[in-house]
Design a protein around this ligand. Structure first.
Ligand code: ZN
Length: 156
C-alpha cells in the first residue's frame, strides 16, 4: 500500500511537471509579465470573448504601438499571417506564424523582422503595429492564437 501511494505521488508530480513546463516568455517590451488585455470600449481580450456573432479565438497580451516583440521560446518562423481582408485595417494587417516548445501558434498585429529561420527566446522578432490608428482607445495588444484555435491561456 505504501509503495502504491509513493508511486501515485510520483506520477502526480510527473503530470504536474508536464502541465507546467510550457510557458510563454515575455512577448512585448514594456510588459515583462505578459499582462493581458482585460476590457475596453472595443471588447475583452480573453479567449472565447464575444465578437459580435463570433467568438475570440485567441488571447490578447498588452503591447504598446511600436513596441518590440520578442520570441517567447526558441522558435522557428513559419511565414507571415494575413489577419484581415478589410483594406481599412491595412495598417495592422500583419503577423507571424511560429512554432516552438512543441506548440504551433500565430501572433497578430506584428510586423515581423523576418518570416523564416529560427530565433532564440527573448530575441526580437518584430514590431507592434499602430493599433490605435485602426481602433482608437483600444488596449493595444498582440493577439496570440494557437494554430488549432485551442485555448492558449494555460500557457501564460
Ligand atoms: Zn485578440
Amino acid at each position: 500500500m505504501k509503495t502504491c501511494i509513493l508511486l501515485l505521488a510520483a506520477v502526480l508530480v510527473a503530470v504536474a511537471h508536464v502541465c507546467e513546463s510550457v510557458r510563454f516568455g515575455p512577448l512585448c517590451s514594456g510588459n515583462p509579465s505578459n499582462t493581458r488585455r482585460t476590457s475596453d470600449s472595443w471588447g475583452q481580450g480573453h479567449y472565447g470573448a464575444r465578437r459580435g456573432s463570433r467568438t475570440h479565438k485567441g488571447l490578447d497580451i498588452v503591447c504598446l504601438d511600436g513596441a518590440t516583440v520578442y520570441a517567447p521560446f526558441d522558435v522557428t518562423l513559419n511565414g507571415k499571417v494575413i489577419v484581415y481582408t478589410d483594406p481599412a485595417k491595412a495598417a495592422i494587417n500583419n503577423g507571424i506564424n511560429l512554432s516552438g516548445a512543441g506548440l504551433c501558434f500565430k501572433l497578430f498585429y506584428v510586423r515581423p523582422d523576418r518570416t523564416s529561420g529560427t530565433v532564440r527566446k527573448g530575441q526580437r522578432i518584430g514590431t507592434m503595429l499602430p493599433m490605435q490608428s485602426v481602433y482608437p482607445g483600444i488596449t493595444s495588444h498582440v493577439h496570440v492564437q494557437m494554430c488549432d484555435k485551442s485555448d492558449p491561456t494555460h500557457y501564460f
